[in-house]
Design a protein around this ligand. Sequence first.
Ligand SMILES: [Zn+2]
Length: 363
Amino acid sequence: MHTPTPGQQPGPYRRTAGWRRRMLAGAAAGPAAQGFREHLRLGRKGLAIGVDIGGTKVAAGVVDAEGRILAQAKRSTPGSDPRAVEQVIVELVEELGEGHRIWSVGIGAAGWMDLDGGTVLFSPHLAWRNEPLRDNLQRLLRRPVLLTNDADAAGWAEWRFGAGQGQNRLVCITLGTGIGGAMVMDGRLERGRFGVAGEFGHQIIFPGGHRCECGNRGCWEQYASGNALGREARELAAANSPVAQELLNAVDGHVERITGVIVTELAKAGDPTSRELLEDVGEWLGLGLANLAAALDPGKFVIGGGLCDAGELLVGPARKAFARNLTGRGFRPAAEIELAALGPNAGLIGAADLSRVSSRMHS
Ligand SMILES: [Zn+2]
């Protein structure tokens, strides 16, 4: 396991109202860095539950201090009512808590959390608006609860246990229906001044391009996500091009059923058209990464999320486009681009670990 570099100011263990904010906004490299290092030593036996709230399902797991999942459970996401979602979380924690001594609970969800980690400011799938989720859950679960953005949780997990270990400037990209982003810099999650950093999917990469859910046009996630892959494939199939025959066969001619997952499967099976479609998406991916490298200069990009099932069929073209568009290419070292190591459980592993790390530090 990678041990982060400690900062210079060893602080005493104290319970303060701001510990979660510091944890998420910079504890590991700031005044509490000594505490963070101490946690990593003390916390080896601690178990935590991570909960990943998605648009369709809520996945939870008991995670040990080495990032291993000891038990798992799942439920359907019960609509968008916050109380119903809380109830599902409580049921999952109670179910998984039997037979395990659980220290803390980490919740990862799409959306923006305030820097204190107590309130969901906005969640696209769940109708949460200024929802004080953490306090509600702490009352119900009687354990420390940490709330975090799902992409941040996945990025943290990759840094701690996956493809980002040992990196002091790491950028993680999660490619799914959209694009999630996370930065782990000097051993801490970088969340920006207001807690909403890392929205790389909404960098405008093609002014006037496809309309995005965020309201703008031409966002990166309209070109380099699983949804973008599906949309491009449907457009090609709808044009009745002979090159789309395999795609059409796979859905019995029902163009609207073509998804990014189907294209990825066909590409892996060797369909040249599906490979081209993935190559296009990979090129957009590499172009966006070059923009991020110009701004952030990371040592490595870790690429995760469902679309990564495509493996090198996606990341190969991304590396080429990245090299071709990198500012100062030929005169500077270039970041590595690597596939994520932890798969679809990265979010719950990271949420659990963040909750365990922060609660160990301050109890
Ligand atoms: Zn957008």
